[in-house]
Design a protein around this ligand. Structure first.
Ligand code: DQA
Length: 144
């Protein structure tokens, strides 16, 4: 079972960026955490981050032929990118959306993700643990 874990803009700065919101764990730490759980689950993880909307769309299209499912944190693109939403639909795979912070308890405009309606599930507010839970959920969906 192969899973793409895709991260959007500014998530490369985790650990330094607004630590009061996102904590001090780096994206590299999250990658290790996810890969370690993936080993237990006998899943292979391809973990990536981009600051570019089009690259995220390209990766979702690539997932179509190469992955069984996707864990996706579209970051700020969640709130406005219809291209990412359409690419989630087009990839035809189970997708679990994840947000480190609780987007419902922050600025009102963050409470709306245009991606959520086409994701199989959404996990918010659990910090790095949310990625692990998203991977577990995806594996459960794929096994069912
Ligand atoms: C985020 C929440 C988004 O609103 C924000 O733009 C991010 C990170 C999260 O993981 O909590 O960059 O997706």
């Amino acid at each position: 079972m192969k899973v793409f874990v895709l991260n959007g803009p500014n998530l490369n700065l985790l650990g330094e960026r607004e630590p009061e919101v996102y904590g001090t764990t780096t994206l590299g730490d999250i990658e290790k955490l996810v890969k370690s759980r993936a080993e237990d689950l006998k899943a292979e993880v391809d973990f990536r981050q981009t600051n570019h909307e089009g690259v995220l769309v390209d990766w979702l299209q690539e997932a179509r032929g190469q992955a069984d499912g996707v864990v996706l944190n579209p970051a700020a693109l969640s709130h406005y990118s219809l291209a990412v939403r359409d690419a989630v639909v087009a990839c035809g795979l189970p997708v679990v959306e994840v947000h480190l912070s609780n987007i419902f308890g922050r600025e009102p405009w963050r409470a709306k993700s245009v991606v959520s309606g086409v994701a199989d599930g959404v996990i918010v507010g659990l910090g790095p643990l949310g990625y692990v839970r998203a991977l577990e959920a995806l594996v459960a969906i794929l096994e069912s």
